[in-house]
Design a binder for this molecule. Structure first.
Ligand SMILES: *[C@@H]1O[C@H](CO)[C@@H](O)[C@H](O)[C@H]1NC(C)=O
Ligand SMILES: *[C@@H]1O[C@H](CO)[C@@H](O)[C@H](O)[C@H]1NC(C)=O
Length: 294
């Protein structure tokens, strides 16, 4: 067998695994279970609707639970496995609902919801943990570390085509603190407008493209009182200007009209006077002619 043939076989094997996956009943090994390094998506020997039963002599079995309302890879005709009840979770591979893991127990990458909430959930719970618990480096911990205390960071970079998305997770209490990636200690998060290198450094969890902490995407714009006042005054001023202008135009128009009417009247009077004069002259002449005739 030449090198090229070997390469072809390897490529073909990879391609078929990436594309289809073994369907229910086929052979598999859980050794090949894992997350895609680029997309973070779970992948295994089995297809999207089944999971592998074991490392040795494993077979693909129909999935027993699902994580999402609309799981990927199920056709309309295939019945979807059930969602897990409260207090349980469905692992990435879908092998069946399991009770939540407590602190120190194993969990899967980026799956905080597999960890049981902290008893101090009131103070620790936030957008970036599950009731105060986080899954860091495959183990459930509480996000309860405060200023200066040692912390653990988990950095995952997802590549989707040209887009790179780095997610940094840690066990400092959010949103007040973040874990410094070099010092491994919790330090306070930065306020709006402060320079930043990563989302986690900002209290708003949004380091804008210009490297300063910004409001999270989708935050409604806050209008300041002076802006409202200025807008109101401008609107009123514009309205007043329009009213004054219209009044002036109207006044000028009325003046012009009254002048026209007066001119017309004077013209008519002039005409009338000349008519009367003409009439008087004619009558005068008639009277004189009559006088000569006699
Ligand atoms: C795997 O299958 C082989 C042959 O069918 C059998 O000899 C072996 O004991 C099996 N191993 C396990 C761990 O079941
Ligand atoms: C955080 O929680 C762990 C687990 O319960 C506990 O051992 C640790 O003392 C807590 N740390 C702080 C600073 O509260």
């Amino acid at each position: 067998m030449t090198c090229q043939q070997v390469l072809l076989i390897v490529l073909a094997t990879c391609a078929s695994r990436a594309l289809a996956g073994v369907s229910v009943g086929g052979q598999c090994s859980t050794d090949n279970d894992g997350l895609d390094a680029n997309t973070g998506r779970f992948s295994s020997d089995c297809d999207e609707t089944s999971y592998c039963s074991g490392a040795m002599n494993g077979t693909c079995q129909t999935r027993r639970c699902r994580r999402d309302e609309f799981p990927f890879g199920f056709q309309n005709t295939t019945p979807t496995p059930p969602l897990c009840a409260d207090g349980t979770y469905c692992p990435d591979e879908g092998s069946g609902c399991k009770p939540l893991a407590s602190v120190g127990q194993a969990c899967q990458v980026d799956r905080d919801e597999q960890c049981a909430p902290s008893p101090d959930a009131d103070t620790l719970a936030g957008e970036w943990n599950h009731g105060g618990a986080v899954c860091l480096q495959g183990t459930c911990v509480y996000a309860n570390m405060t200023l200066g205390q040692p912390c653990t960071v988990d950095v995952v970079t997802y590549m989707e085509g040209p887009y790179k998305n780095t997610i940094t997770r840690h066990n400092c209490q959010t949103p007040l603190f973040f874990c410094h990636t070099d010092m491994h200690a919790c330090i306070p998060t930065k306020a709006f407008g402060s320079p930043c290198n990563a989302d986690q450094e900002c209290r708003s969890y949004n380091c804008g493209t210009r490297g300063v902490c910004m409001d999270p995407a989708g935050t409604p714009v806050r209008v300041k009182t002076w802006q409202v006042a200025l807008t109101g005054i401008s609107v009123i001023a514009a309205m007043a200007a329009i009213v004054i202008m219209l009044t002036l135009f109207h006044k000028r128009h009325r003046l012009q009209r009254s002048r026209e009417i007066r001119e017309y009247y004077e013209e008519q009077m002039g005409l009338r006077r000349s008519l009367a004069a003409l009439h008087a002259a004619a009558a005068d002449r008639y009277a004189k002619d009559k006088l000569y005739d006699q």
